[in-house]
Design a protein around this ligand. Structure first.
Ligand code: ZN
Ligand code: FE
Length: 252
């Protein structure tokens, strides 16, 4: 099974899994055109689409792809029902596509119905977790997003986080502003800067590394707690998560 990322719009990635027979599964096709080009170039046979949530930059290409490939099965949460989903998925469900197993779990926060798909080692988490950061809370609460992060963090350390946006550089700039002395954050920020100067993709990322550099996964970290205690005192990790999210909302 091969993993490919197709860049779309300003900073989206459309993830594609391809098997030896060139059958493929497409995740969050916000735009059909770059996907159709890649299908033509590589001779892929699209089998299914997985949708994480209802935003247009994730579902915008569904209608065009389905018009061209009418046999496509489109999996998505209930909130994507009017965006082209043909099979509604729910938390805890297992999806089987051409011998591939995907477990579906609810990861609300960015939207209320947001789901993620896990097929070891790949996690397609849409706009929930980004490298070095977390999705904006358009519909959900900080607590919901914190619990979604807990679910992701319970996956094996070799899990590859396939998130939907190239936000890594901005996230690491923020992380460095919070913990400027942290060697793991410094190193990764430096590495990401170099990659982005060369316009290279920073994704996917391995969960093992994310645990070191993503502050939203470090809500029990003593250095982060010390930093927060300079301003306020928060007892619970989910309160520290909410503190981080609101700091990031106001970070320029
Ligand atoms: Zn979104
Ligand atoms: Fe998005």
């Amino acid at each position: 099974m091969n993993l490919i990322s197709i860049p779309a719009f300003q900073d989206n990635y459309i993830w594609v899994l391809v098997d030896e027979a060139r059958r493929c599964v497409i995740v969050d096709p916000g735009d059909a055109n770059p996907v159709l080009d890649a299908i033509d170039e590589n001779g892929w046979q699209p089998e299914a689409i997985l949708l994480t949530h209802h935003h247009n930059d994730h579902v915008g290409g569904v209608a065009t792809l389905c018009a061209k490939y009418p046999h496509l099965v489109v999996y998505g949460p209930k909130e994507t029902q009017d965006k082209g989903a043909t099979h509604i998925v729910e938390d805890g469900e297992n999806v089987l596509i051409q011998g591939w197993h995907f477990s579906v779990f609810a990861t609300p926060g960015h939207t209320l119905g947001h789901v993620s798909y896990f097929s070891s080692p790949y996690l397609f988490c849409g706009d929930t977790m980004f490298s070095g950061g977390c999705g904006r809370l358009f519909e959900g609460t900080p607590l919901q997003m914190y619990q979604s992060f807990e679910k992701i963090n319970a996956l094996p350390e070799e899990t590859l986080i396939c998130c939907a946006h190239e936000y890594t550089l901005a996230n690491m700039k923020f992380a460095e502003s919070i913990l400027p002395e942290d060697p793991a954050i410094q190193d990764y920020y430096h590495k990401v800067k170099e990659l982005r100067v060369k316009k290279q993709n920073t994704l996917p990322v391995i969960l093992k590394n994310e645990r070191k550099i993503n502050l939203f996964l470090r809500t029990n970290d003593i250095d982060l707690i010390d930093k927060i205690n300079q301003e306020t005192s928060l007892q619970q990790p989910e309160e520290r998560f909410a503190w981080l999210r609101s700091k990031k909302d106001n970070f320029r």
